[in-house]
Ligand binder design. Structure first.
Ligand code: DI6
Ligand code: FE
Length: 399
């Protein structure tokens, strides 16, 4: 006897190597406890379940995974949005002390309860699209108390809501004003924050912003060496605004992912393919900053880099709270196929977070799934702003 079964749907299992989308028409998924116990054609379903969920002829996919967000922050940057529309660039605003640093001021002033109250409705919007796993970065504290408070808020979000939350330390997001004349001192401080966060079990991975307005390859290397020594996986904001060699740096450290990559070189992408580092595309930031140089998808395909897609939800460069919209933008702006976009928020997003228990629908894996009111999986990338998700399951709990 199964605990749950989902019926009357096609299943986009996203298992590679077979039919497009790993599609099973008129399938059934059965869960026992937290896991998928059986999946296949409905007519072969081996037994009954305590609860049956009628998917009304829709589509079941693996629960969506948003593998790059900055969901925890205070304040917003609508004023900066206005200034950019008047002609100022993201980089100019950052160099003048606005941008990320203005969110830092607001976030330092917010306690954990305030941060949680602000992040909860953002998380609810992501979940409403079928998201069951979210990565959340720190990076708006740039000093120990606030960075750790952001990580605690991320952990608390995962406990308070029906979703898995992974917390990433991004202390190396921007140089705080206190260290304006002491970059090396801040790099040391990032390492100390990492050690403290690891000691309190607040962190699942370490990230850095390696770019002209962020940190250099040498500075990032010091932080990554310390992360590796600590046993923490690394990820990187790489080559968003210029080719700084971020993709190759991420590959050198066997990073889980390198994210953005608009300016990544072919050699950098090839190094990522060899290292198994996932390319995370963030079309919301490309769109918001009205960029013109798209990541080199053809080179990624040729090199064999696995591609993920995420919202980059943040108050500056991507105030976007829909992963389905990110899929649409990845197709329209970056020319991903809808199948690549869906793999990018399931199979490859799981890999970008180092998770091997989810991302596809298969027996033995965590039962995280989403049910959609669509007939064909391409519709998930095709509709813009539609209300498509009719239900989710997280670790076998039907929601
Ligand atoms: N790149 C991004 O997309 C976010 N951080 C980063 O390094 C933007 C963060 C922000 O503008 O607040
Ligand atoms: Fe980001």
């Amino acid at each position: 006897m199964f605990d749950h079964v989902w019926l009357n749907a096609d299943l986009a299992t996203m298992l590679p190597g077979g039919a497009p989308y790993g599609l099973i028409t008129d399938g059934a998924v059965a869960a026992k406890g937290r896991r998928i116990a059986w999946i296949g054609a409905r007519k072969e379903l081996p037994g009954p379940a305590s609860e049956t969920h009628d998917c009304e002829g829709g589509l079941v996919t693996p629960g969506l995974i948003d593998c790059h967000t900055h969901l925890v922050f205070a304040g917003n940057r609508a004023g900066e949005f206005e200034r950019r529309l008047e002609g100022a660039s993201y980089e100019e605003i950052a160099r003048a002390g606005g941008g990320i640093l203005s969110t830092v001021t607001a976030t330092r002033a917010a306690d954990e309860a305030a941060l949680l109250a602000l992040a909860a409705p953002r998380l609810a919007r992501l979940m409403a699209d079928g998201v069951t796993t979210v990565e959340v970065k720190s990076g708006y504290g740039l000093e120990p108390a606030t960075e750790l408070r952001m990580l605690r808020a991320a952990r608390a979000l995962g406990e308070a809501h029906e979703v898995s939350v992974l917390a990433t330390l991004l202390a190396a997001h921007a140089l705080p004003p206190e260290f304006a004349e002491n970059r090396a001192g801040y790099v040391q401080s990032c390492i100390a924050m990492m050690e403290q966060a690891a000691a309190e079990d607040l962190v699942d991975a370490v990230d850095a912003f390696c770019d002209t307005i962020g940190f250099t390859v040498t500075e990032t290397t010091s932080i990554f060496r310390a992360a590796v020594a600590q046993g923490l996986p690394v990820k990187l904001h790489a080559d968003q605004l210029s080719d700084c060699g971020g993709a190759a740096l991420a590959a050198r450290f066997g990073a889980l992912s390198a994210d953005h990559l608009e300016y990544a070189s072919r050699a950098g992408l090839e190094a990522m393919a060899n290292a198994g580092t996932i390319a995370v595309l963030l079309p919301g930031a490309f769109y918001t900053l009205n960029e013109t140089r798209a990541p080199d998808i053809a080179a990624m395909r040729e090199a064999g880099v696995a591609i993920a897609v995420a919202t980059d939800a943040n108050p500056g460069s991507s105030p976007m709270l829909s992963l389905l919209l990110a899929m649409n933008m990845a197709c329209t702006k970056f020319r991903l196929t809808p199948e690549e976009a869906l793999a990018g928020v399931t199979l490859n997003a799981a890999r970008a977070l180092g998770l091997d228990d989810r991302g596809v629908l298969a027996a033995g894996l965590r039962c995280d799934l989403a049910v959609y009111r669509v007939k064909h999986p391409a519709e998930l990338s095709y509709w813009i702003g539609a209300d498509l998700c009719q239900g989710r399951a997280v670790a076998g709990q039907a929601l």
